[in-house]
Design a protein around this ligand. Structure first.
Ligand SMILES: Cc1cc2nc3c(=O)[nH]c(=O)nc-3n(C[C@H](O)[C@H](O)[C@H](O)COP(=O)(O)OP(=O)(O)OC[C@H]3O[C@@H](n4cnc5c(N)ncnc54)[C@H](O)[C@@H]3O)c2cc1C
Ligand code: FES
Ligand code: FES
Length: 487
């Protein structure tokens, strides 16, 4: 059985059902455009339409495994409408409460006013929502956590300091807000929507959009619609709609398949579900895979990481996909499934050419298996970009080193992004270093080998020369970090 053309969600406390067959809306209409067309929801702003400014930030609440609400900020310009099925959608309009004629502001709004953290006001609703998500998740956050939570929002007026102070103030004087008081009711509303886990099929204007809740439904629908693309977080795919104005003919939304969202330790391996959000993965790897945690700290923004998935970063196979050098250095294996079979593909054979992977049309990425690094392995990831926050890599790298006796290199993997049409290993430098002493003289020779190994392109981000110098200097940085005891 299937449900046709209908999605349900809660907007604030109002249950909403959209019947696409009776409305102008398309399945690839973004939540931003939906909200702005809805009466009285103009607080959500469009700045860039591509996840870079945070003006469109809203908060989604969904049920976690304990049936509690998990609140997280997302860029509504990147979210297609069916992706909010079964969730509560909160915008700046929901923050203040009415008590008769009196308006009671939410603590984050009060803090913004009291800290003079708004001037022209265009960015303010987005900042308020990022602060609200932080308010719901952290008590007394450190400044580092506050900055990370606000890094996906741009402000041209305030200079950020008052905004950071406002967030610190709001989150250190927490009281229960109206959302906490209404939590049981919201949970019941969302449970009711989630009771039905049948695929939702939306067919409209020659577009096919399926939202599925199980892997087997995803694979069955893929078999029937071989041209369909999967979307995990849609942070890559949505830009095809918002920036290139493409009409994507066929989409299977896998963002609500719960059993591909996990990180766990098994014998000899960490196994990672392809649907885990990169924010969740960042938090779960801190004590187990520090090089993974480190690269995810500088991946996009919190709003992007809350949506983006590891499967999506692999599926895009971008030469500057930040997780790819890290997966190469960890010697990961990608598990893909079709209705008939399961294949385990080593990461080095997974990326075939520019944005092409070894996945066949009938397959989906389900899991990434990362061998547990042995205690002697030293693994470190690096990212060079114009801005530290919310920027795409110019060059990225992840190195995996193991010594035998007397500081002689027993094993080394030098994986780079941004240096070729695909993420690549510096094979000649690796071969040179094996069996050599880990000392500056040998590192300098390996650096020269790296500079001859790649033919990167010049583009808007950097020149070819800059990339070559950066790549070899990253090896020097690794050497120095190790010497200084920073690894
Ligand atoms: C503002 C912004 C900042 C960004 N910053 C970074 C950054 O710092 N580093 C970086 O590397 N990237 C960055 N990205 C790109 C993007 O966020 C990542 O590539 C992300 O990991 C994509 O995941 P997704 O789930 O959103 O992908 P989606 O858009 O859902 O999918 C991307 C591709 O993968 C395929 N796919 C998805 N899931 C599967 C699956 N399970 N099996 C098979 N195929 C699948 C899809 O069909 C599609 O072709 C950024 C994007 C934006 C908009
Ligand atoms: S409009 Fe800029 S992030 Fe959405
Ligand atoms: S207050 Fe003007 S952009 Fe932030």
């Amino acid at each position: 059985m299937k449900i046709f053309n209908k999605i349900s969600f809660i907007l604030g406390d109002e249950p909403i059902e959209i019947d696409f067959s009776k409305s102008e809306l398309k399945p690839t209409t973004t939540v931003l455009n939906f909200l702005r067309s809805y009466p009285n929801f103009k607080g959500v702003k469009e700045g860039c339409g591509e996840g870079d400014c945070g003006a469109c930030t809203i908060v989604l609440a969904e049920l976690n495994e304990n049936n509690k609400l998990h609140y997280y900020a997302v860029d509504s310009c990147l979210v297609f409408l069916p992706m909010i099925h079964g969730k509560q959608v909160l915008t700046v309009e929901h923050l203040a409460q009415k008590n008769g004629k009196e308006t009671i502001l939410h603590p984050v709004q009060k803090a913004i006013i009291e800290n003079d953290a708004t001037q022209c006001g265009y960015c303010t609703p987005g900042f308020a929502m990022s602060m609200f998500a932080l308010y719901k998740n952290k008590f007394n956050p450190t400044k580092e956590i506050v900055i990370d939570s606000l890094a996906g929002n741009l402000c041209r007026c305030t200079g950020y300091k008052p905004l950071i102070n406002a967030a610190i103030e709001a989150c250190s004087n927490k009281t229960s807000d109206q959302f906490q008081i209404a939590e049981n009711k919201t949970v019941l509303q969302l449970q009711k929507i989630s009771e039905v886990q049948l695929p939702i099929i939306i067919e409209k204007n020659q577009q096919f959009f399926a939202k599925v809740f199980s892997l087997s439904d995803a694979l069955k629908l893929k078999k029937l619609n071989p041209e369909a693309i999967f979307i995990g977080g849609a942070t890559d795919t949505a830009l095809r709609v918002t920036k290139k104005h493409e009409v994507i003919p066929s989409i299977i939304d896998i963002s609500s398949i719960q059993n591909i969202k996990y990180f766990r330790e098994e014998e000899n391996y960490f196994v990672i579900g392809s649907g885990i959000s990169l924010e969740d993965l960042k938090n779960k790897t801190e004590n187990y895979l520090p090089a993974v945690h480190h690269i995810l700290k500088v991946f996009g923004s919190k709003q992007i990481r809350n949506l983006a998935t590891l499967g999506g970063n692999l599926g895009s196979a971008s030469p500057i996909g930040d997780t790819l050098p890290m997966l190469i250095a960890h010697e990961a294996v990608i598990i893909v499934k079709s209705l008939q079979a399961t294949r385990r593909i080593p990461i080095n054979s997974f990326i075939k050419s520019y944005r092409k992977t070894a996945i066949q049309n009938s397959e989906i990425i389900t899991e990434i298996s990362v061998p547990i690094p042995d205690k002697e392995s030293i693994i470190k990831s690096y990212k060079v970009s114009k801005r530290k926050d919310l920027d795409i890599s110019t060059v990225s790298a992840c190195f995996n080193l193991k010594f035998s006796k007397n500081k002689t290199v027993e094993k080394i993997i030098l994986a780079f992004g941004g240096m070729a049409a695909t993420p690549v290993k510096a094979n000649s430098a690796e071969a040179y270093l094996i069996g050599k002493k880990w000392e500056l003289e040998n590192i300098k020779i390996a650096m020269e080998l790296i500079s001859k190994e790649f033919e990167p392109i010049s583009d808007a981000r950097a020149s070819k020369e800059f990339r070559i110098i950066s790549s070899k200097n990253l090896l020097l940085k690794f050497f120095n970090d190790l010497k200084m005891g920073e690894i």
